[in-house]
Design a protein around this ligand. Structure first.
Ligand code: PLP
Length: 375
C-alpha cells in the first residue's frame, strides 16, 4: 500500500505534499469535522500548557491526572453508562477486553466481518470461539444454542461496519441475547458522535441503549480525531479492566493534548445535536444524488458510502481519475473486501458543503461514464 502525504490539517479541503492544493477529501473518518475545529484545537493547546506533554508513566503508577478522570466520567455520561476506562487506542481497548473478561469456560460469538482489532482481541482470550455469518440472525441463534453449555456468552459485533456502511441489527441481537442469556458488546468506532438522534451511536439509533452491556469506541475518528479509545459499561467491568487489561496496565497514559481534544469534542456534542444532524443531511444528499445518477451505494443512512463497482481494476482507475479531478477517494478490492465486490469508499463529513458534495457526484458521473461504470 502506498501513502499520500498531506501537507495541511485534516479537513474537507487538503493540500498534498509536493503540489496538489484544494483537494476535496472524501476518505477520512472525520465524520463531524472536529479534527480541525478551532475550539477543539484551543482545548488541546490549553491542556498541553496546563498538564504538559505527557505522563511518562502508565495510569496506575504515576499517570492519572484530573483530566483523565474527567474525560472518563464524560464518556460514561455521554453513553449513559456507569463508568469508562481510557486506552491509547480502540485497537488496545479491543485487545484488552476479551482476555480480561472471558475464561476457558466462557464463549464469544463474533460477526464474521468484525474489525481486525476485535478478531485479534478474541484471539488473545481462551474462551470458546464462534463466528456467525455477517448479520445473520438464524446463524447467530444456532451458535447461541450451541454455546448454552458454556458458563457465559458474549456476542461481539461492530455497531456499523466500515467497509459496507451497514448497521448491525442490534434489536434482534439484543432479543436473542436476552433469550439465550448472553451479554452484548459493540464496537462503535464508526457510530459514536453521529448515529442516533443525539449522536450516541448505534444503540441509540436502534433504541437499545439499556440492552447493550459493553461499548468500545475510539477518540480517533468523529470525536476530534487525535487518538485514544475506551470501554464504557457497568462499573464492576470497568474496575476489572483497570486491574486486568494488559494494554491499559502496560502502556503510557493518553497525552493531555489528546485528552483535551476529545473532552471538547464531547462538550460540543452534548451541547447540541446540530453537527450530527448536518452530517446526516449531507449523507442523504450524496446517497440520493449518486443513486439517481445510476450508482449502487451499499449500506443505509451511514456516512460511509461505498460506491459498488465489482471489478478491482475499475475501482483503482476510477479512484485515480477522481484524484486527477481533485477529489480524493480510495478504491478497495480483494482481500480487503470479498472478490468481485470492489468499491470506492466515500466518507461524508459535516464540514463538506453542499457544493463539495455536488462536485463529487459530478466527478463520479463523468469518471463513471468514461470507464463504463455508467451507461
Ligand atoms: N474498531 C473499528 C471498527 C475501527 O474501524 C478501528 C479503526 O480503524 C478501530 C477499532 C481501531 O481504532 P483506533 O484507531 O482508535 O485504534
Amino acid at each position: 500500500k502506498s501513502e499520500r502525504v498531506i501537507a495541511s490539517r485534516q479537513g474537507p479541503h487538503l493540500r498534498l505534499a509536493g503540489g496538489g492544493a484544494g483537494i476535496l477529501n472524501f476518505c477520512a473518518n472525520n465524520y463531524l469535522g472536529l479534527s480541525s475545529h478551532p475550539e477543539v484545537i484551543r482545548a488541546a493547546v490549553e491542556a498541553l500548557e496546563k498538564f504538559g506533554a505527557g505522563l511518562s508513566s502508565v495510569r496506575f503508577i504515576c499517570g492519572t491526572q484530573s483530566i483523565h478522570k474527567d474525560l472518563e466520567e464524560k464518556i460514561a455520561r455521554f453513553h449513559q453508562r456507569e463508568d469508562a476506562i481510557l486506552y491509547a487506542s480502540c485497537f488496545d481497548a479491543n485487545a484488552g477486553i476479551f482476555e480480561a473478561l472471558l475464561t476457558p469456560e466462557d464463549a464469544v460469538l463474533s460477526d464474521e466481518l468484525n474489525h481486525a482489532s476485535i478478531i485479534d482481541g478474541i484471539r488473545l482470550c481462551k474462551a470458546n470461539k464462534y463466528r456467525y455469518k455477517h448479520m445473520d440472525m438464524q446463524d447467530l441463534e444456532a451458535k447461541l444454542q450451541d454455546a448454552q453449555k458454556h458458563r457465559l456468552r458474549l456476542v461481539a459485533t461492530d455497531g456499523a461496519f466500515s467497509m459496507d456502511g451497514d448497521i448491525a441489527p442490534l434489536r434482534e441481537i439484543c432479543q436473542l441475547a436476552q433469550k439465550y442469556d448472553a451479554l452484548v458488546f459493540i464496537d462503535e468506532c464508526h457510530a459514536t458522535g453521529f448515529l442516533g438522534p443525539n449522536g450516541r451511536g448505534t444503540d441509540e439509533l436502534l433504541g437499545v441503549m439499556d440492552k447493550v452491556t459493553i461499548i468500545n469506541s475510539t477518540l480517533g475518528k468523529a470525536l476530534g480525531g487525535a487518538a485514544g479509545g475506551y470501554t464504557t459499561g457497568p462499573k464492576p467491568l470497568i474496575d476489572l479492566l483497570r486491574q486486568r487489561s494488559r494494554p491499559y496496565l502496560f502502556s503510557n497514559s493518553l497525552p493531555p493534548a489528546v485528552v483535551g481534544c476529545a473532552s471538547k469534542a464531547l462538550d460540543l456534542l452534548m451541547e447540541s445535536n446540530a453537527i450530527a444532524q448536518s452530517m446526516a443531511a449531507k449523507t442523504q444528499r450524496f446517497r440520493s444524488k449518486m443513486t439517481a445518477a445510476g450508482f449502487t451505494i451499499s449500506g443505509k443512512d451511514h456516512p460511509i458510502c461505498p460506491v459498488m463497482l465489482g471489478d478491482a481494476r475499475l475501482a483503482a482507475v476510477m479512484a485515480e481519475d477522481m484524484l486527477n479531478r481533485g477529489i480524493y477517494v480510495i478504491g478497495f478490492s480483494y482481500p480487503v473486501v470479498p472478490k468481485g465486490k470492489a468499491r470506492i469508499r466515500v466518507q461524508i463529513s459535516a464540514v463538506h458543503s453542499d457544493e463539495d458534495i455536488d462536485r463529487c457526484v459530478e466527478a463520479f458521473t463523468e469518471v463513471g461514464r468514461k470507464h463504463g461504470a455508467l451507461p
